[in-house]
Ligand binder design. Structure first.
Ligand SMILES: [Zn+2]
Length: 154
């Protein structure tokens, strides 16, 4: 899915949630969602706050606004929350569906790769009392950079 389409789809779902829950449609909820969808995968509250200032300098927000909006975005199911040791990061639900996340256990660098070859397999897994919508698979290992530095140490 291209970036723009994912952003619009996420916004549509957020607005639907706001309407269903009878919440107020605020400019900040929309601008924070757009900020996250214009960033790389896995960003912290601080990253979002900084990027928001850059993208929407005319909308003044404070960190607590970001926290509050994040809660709404999580409930609307348009972003994911992941906890990694002491760090909490957020990623997009739309546009990154059915991907494989590769995490280097040495330098903690992460990247996403396509899971097209596993898609038919994973979509057909039947788990009792659970309906799968999409998946995100995490593989832990060593990245190319760390592999080379291990060789050099020997
Ligand atoms: Zn590494």
């Amino acid at each position: 899915m291209e970036k723009k389409k994912a952003e619009e789809e996420a916004l549509e779902n957020l607005l639907l949630y706001i309407q269903t829950e009878k919440l107020r449609r605020t400019q900040e909820r929309e601008s924070i969602l757009r900020t996250i969808y214009n960033m790389e995968d896995k960003v912290s509250i601080e990253d979002i706050f900084k990027k928001h200032q850059e993208l929407f300098p005319q909308i003044h927000i404070c960190r607590s606004t970001v926290y509050n909006c994040i809660n709404v975005l999580l409930k609307a199911n348009v972003i994911h929350e992941q906890k990694d040791k002491s760090n909490t990061v957020y990623s997009k639900v739309y546009g990154n569906e059915n991907c494989i996340e590769l995490i280097c256990t040495k330098c903690r660098e992460t990247r996403l790769t396509s899971a097209d070859q596993f898609q038919p397999l994973l979509e057909n897994i039947e788990i009792p009392d659970f309906q799968t919508h999409h998946f995100r698979l995490t593989l832990y290992g060593t990245c190319a950079k760390c592999k080379i530095s291990t060789w050099n140490e020997k």
